[in-house]
Design a protein around this ligand. Structure first.
Ligand code: MN
Length: 240
């Protein structure tokens, strides 16, 4: 990877933090990472801080055992094992978002499954898996993915999917680029809102498997267009 390409990834990672706050996916919590192409067994992520305030100086490099390689000895998020174990088990994944985006929470706790309701969210697949932390660690945890074992259990439930819900907590979204994973996180939240509304109105007619495939392909060809709008909006409203 060239120095220039690395600088672009760093810029995109900082902007992605601000976009995700501005679009209602992250708040004071949650995080986005990107695989560090200079060291494929590491990923780049902000130090432990509110994502809306992240600058390039706050990005650290973390290995797949959850150790931060940083001369200043800074730490990243407790839940870094969500990222490390997904990068370990999914070589195709280049970017990961963990959020508590609010509209998805009900789908982890009610038995109603999150499914693709429109052509912007075909990446959800036929249905989205739900990670139940009680199966891995009993019923008295704080629900955080605090260690490698929990990260591995979550990555196993995610499987080959783009999104998994964490019961009573949030979700994880993966992608082949920062632009794709941001698109997916925003439209996961959007789909959850639309699906909750539609379910109140009646039986929902979800995308078919063929529509899931075709719409996913179509959306991946247009990732730059919404990215530029979200970026401009984040810059206008955050002033950074
Ligand atoms: Mn969390």
């Amino acid at each position: 990877m060239t120095l220039n390409a690395h600088a672009t990834v760093m810029d995109d990672l900082v902007v992605a933090n601000h976009i995700l706050v501005n679009e209602g996916v992250l708040d004071g919590f949650g995080h986005i990472s990107v695989r560090d192409e200079r060291h494929p067994d590491r990923f780049l992520i902000a130090r432990s801080m509110a994502p809306g305030l992240v600058t390039a100086a706050d990005i650290v490099s973390c290995d797949l055992d959850g150790n931060v390689h940083d001369e200043q000895g800074r730490k990243t998020y407790v839940e870094r094992f969500i990222h490390s174990e997904i990068y370990r088990s999914r070589p195709d994944v280049k970017a990961v978002i963990h959020s508590h985006s609010p509209a998805i929470i009900s789908f982890g706790v009610t038995g109603a499954r999150l499914r693709p309701i429109c052509h912007m969210s075909g990446f959800l697949g036929s249905q989205v898996p739900v990670f139940e932390i009680r199966d891995a660690a009993g019923d008295n945890t704080d629900l955080l993915i605090r260690n490698q074992a929990l990260g591995k259990a979550l990555a196993k439930d995610l499987g080959d999917n783009a999104v998994a819900l964490l019961r009573g907590h949030g979700n994880v979204v993966v992608g082949f680029s920062i632009q794709q994973v941001v698109f997916r996180a925003i439209y996961t939240e959007n789909n959850a809102k639309l699906q909750s509304d539609a379910m109140r109105q009646g039986n929902v007619n979800f995308l078919s498997d063929g529509e899931v495939e075709a719409t996913s392909r179509m959306n991946d060809e247009h990732l730059d267009r919404p990215w530029e709008v979200w970026k401009r909006r984040a810059q206008l409203f955050s002033g950074v």
